[in-house]
Every structure is written in C-alpha cells, then in structure tokens.
Design a binder for this molecule. Structure first.
Ligand SMILES: C[S@@+](CC[C@H](N)C(=O)[O-])C[C@H]1O[C@@H](n2cnc3c(N)ncnc32)[C@H](O)[C@@H]1O
Length: 210
C-alpha cells in the first residue's frame, strides 16, 4: 500500500498507513510533514477548480498539515479560511503553518469531524476536501452537512486520488461517481467531475454548487 488510504471503512488500514486517515503522536507528525511535501500537484489541480475570489470565506475538511489552507488564505486576502480535522497533531501543524505564513488571524481551525460540522448554516462561499472523503463513515451525512454550511451560490470541490495497493483510474472514477450521487441527494446542483492524470493514478474532483 502507498501512503494515504482510499479503503472503505470496513477495510481501513492499520499501523503506519492508518496514520494518513488520522495522524497521531510522533509518527503522525512525520506523516504530516510527508503530506506537506508530496501533495502539491494534486492540491494545485483542486484549488484551480475553486474559482476563488478575494472576499471568499473558504472551508477545508481534513486540512492535514494546513498547506492548502495557507495557499487558499493567500488567495482570499479580504476573506477568511476555516477548517476541520479530527487529528490534534494536524491541528497543531496547521496552526503553526498559518502563523508562520501570516494567515492565522483570518483562520478558524477546529478539531472536529465532518458530521456534524461545527459551523452555522450558509456561511462558506467555497468548501473543499482533498483525499479525506475515503475516511468518512457516512457519506450522505457528510454531504448533508456540506450542503448546510455552503452559502447560496457556494461551490464545493471534493477530490479523491486512491493510493492503496492495486488502485486504478477506475477506482478513482467509481468513488467520484458515489460522491456525485451523494451530493445530488444532499440537494446540490450543477454536479460535474474533473479528472487530472497524476501519479500513481488519476485524481477525480467532484464539483457542485448550492
Ligand atoms: C490523507 S490526509 C490529506 C490531507 C490534505 N487534505 C492533503 O491533501 O494533503 C487526510 C486528512 O483528513 C483528516 N480526516 C480524515 N477523516 C476525517 C474526518 N472524518 N473528519 C475530519 N478530518 C478527517 C485526517 O486526520 C488527515 O489529516
């Protein structure tokens, strides 16, 4: 298996690879640094689809070491960023990164899961999540929460690039179709899937609007 799991809940990895689903302790801190170093091409692809404007309030679900929160904060100088991650190790790394990059004052980072999201209704113009969806126990509960916190005319991007042994482009496409169906059930519209050929396999990003 490669770093980062895409396994469904019943087949979640253990040991080192479980760290990518919820980094803990010293090993989790190392895994966070690895994520910060390795995930640039995928992140740039996803962020390019968000069509960010300077005033946007953006939420990331599963921010890991906070690299993408810092990238987005730089793109919304009149707006703000918020995020949830259920790992306290990642929360600390992300906070440190945002402080170092001068964005912490416009950031609201919480130790929390995807459902429920600890935010009021209809507050975010943009919401994104990158290689976190594979850990969500209840996809429909998560997409309902995403729909709830998204502002009118808001846009969501949920990206998935399978990293488990034996994963193929089709694994990515199958999961993307599942995410798209769930976003539709949650009442979101204009649902589409963008693909980017990356190594080791395809990254699919599901887009939708409120
Ligand atoms: C594989 S890492 C990806 C991190 C980052 N998005 C990236 O692309 O580099 C997944 C992150 O999502 C977090 N995560 C996984 N499931 C979660 C959940 N249900 N709620 C909140 N955070 C979650 C993990 O703690 C981890 O930091």
């Amino acid at each position: 298996m490669r770093p980062e799991s895409c396994s469904p809940p019943a087949e979640r990895p253990r040991g080192f690879f479980a760290q990518f689903g919820k980094p803990t302790g010293t090993l989790g801190a190392v895994v966070g640094q690895l994520m910060a170093l390795k995930n640039g091409p995928r992140s740039r692809f996803v962020l390019s689809l968000l069509d960010l404007a300077p005033h946007h309030r953006a939420l990331e679900i599963g921010f890991g070491p906070g690299v993408d929160l810092a990238r987005v904060a730089a793109l919304v100088p009149e707006g703000s960023v918020a995020g949830v991650d259920h790992s306290d190790v990642m929360l600390r790394q992300a906070r440190r990164r945002l402080k170092r990059t001068g964005h912490l004052a416009r950031a609201d980072l919480r130790l929390a899961g995807v459902a429920p999201l600890p935010f009021a209704d209809a507050v975010f113009e943009r919401l994104f999540s990158i290689n976190c969806v594979q850990s969500w126990d209840n996809l429909d509960a998560a997409t309902r929460e995403i729909s709830r916190v998204l502002a009118p005319t808001g846009r969501v991007a949920i990206a998935f690039q399978p990293m488990s042994r034996g994963a193929t482009d089709d694994s990515a496409r199958r999961k993307a179709a599942e995410i798209a169906d769930s976003l539709g059930r949650a009442g979101l519209r204009e649902i589409s899937i963008s693909e980017r050929a990356l190594r080791p396999v395809l990254c699919c990003c599901v887009l939708a609007t409120r």
